[in-house]
Design a protein around this ligand. Structure first.
Ligand SMILES: Cc1cc2nc3c(=O)[nH]c(=O)nc-3n(C[C@H](O)[C@H](O)[C@H](O)COP(=O)(O)O)c2cc1C
Length: 205
């Protein structure tokens, strides 16, 4: 059985473009992969607990905290990590906000990057421990940041996600893009059509 984790992070609710596109992508994969088991996580609706000093040290110690709020946060953080580890395919709706990703998505990632679980420090540097996972990011952004654009160096969204998941060991990594969606109706329509073509072309396996 194949397990898919669908994560949305846009704060724009029904106006969100990334939410529409991740839903279409997950529908396509549901049709392509028989018996696909799908978990859904909306990190904008329920924000992951902030990785505070107390939560960081509680996580590292492995002991159960006495404080009830900290215990609940640690339990929520562990659930997010387990859910990620259990998935064969992870679909992430990642809008560009302020040249990067939404705070809530960053908060989710803070619970995935855990030494000894998803990466290890070795003498030769960081070694990713996450193998065999397919990560598909749906990237939406108001302006254009492609390699040949004037703004390419301002992309801390896709570059950040690629770096982060790459360091965890993810090698099967794809981006579905709707770029320039704030540059007028024509560009927005073209961007959405391009993203939909990429979704249709995505191979199931
Ligand atoms: C809070 C906020 C910050 C944004 N920051 C940027 C930005 O830095 N660069 C950019 O090109 N577009 C930016 N945009 C435009 C979004 O990337 C665009 O609206 C995209 O569709 C957002 O995805 P969503 O519709 O799923 O939320 C921003 C939008 C919002 C709401």
């Amino acid at each position: 059985m194949t397990r898919l984790l669908h994560v949305d992070s846009s704060i724009l609710g029904e106006k969100s473009l990334s939410r529409s596109l991740t839903a279409e992508l997950v529908d396509k994969l549901r049709g392509d992969i028989p018996g696909l088991e799908i978990a859904y996580r909306d990190v904008a609706a329920v924000a992951p607990p902030t990785l505070s000093s107390a939560l960081f040290f509680a996580r590292a110690s492995g002991a159960e905290p006495e404080d009830a709020t900290l215990r609940a946060d640690l339990s929520a953080a562990r659930e997010l990590l387990e859910e990620f580890l259990a998935a064969d395919i992870v679909v992430i709706g990642a809008p560009m906000y302020n040249f990067s990703i939404p705070t809530q998505l960053r908060g989710w990632i803070d619970h995935l990057v855990v030494p000894g679980k998803t990466f290890a420090y070795t003498q030769s540097g960081i070694q990713g421990l996450v193998a065999g996972k397919r990560v598909i990011v749906v990237s939406t952004r108001g302006s254009l940041y492609g390699a040949d654009s004037a703004r390419s160096e301002q992309d801390h969204q896709e570059a950040y996600l690629r770096t982060t998941f790459g360091n965890l060991g993810v090698t099967d990594f794809a981006f579905i893009r709707a770029e320039g969606v704030a540059l007028g109706e024509t560009q927005k329509k073209e961007a959405l059509a391009a993203a939909r073509r990429d979704i249709a072309a995505l191979a199931a396996a």
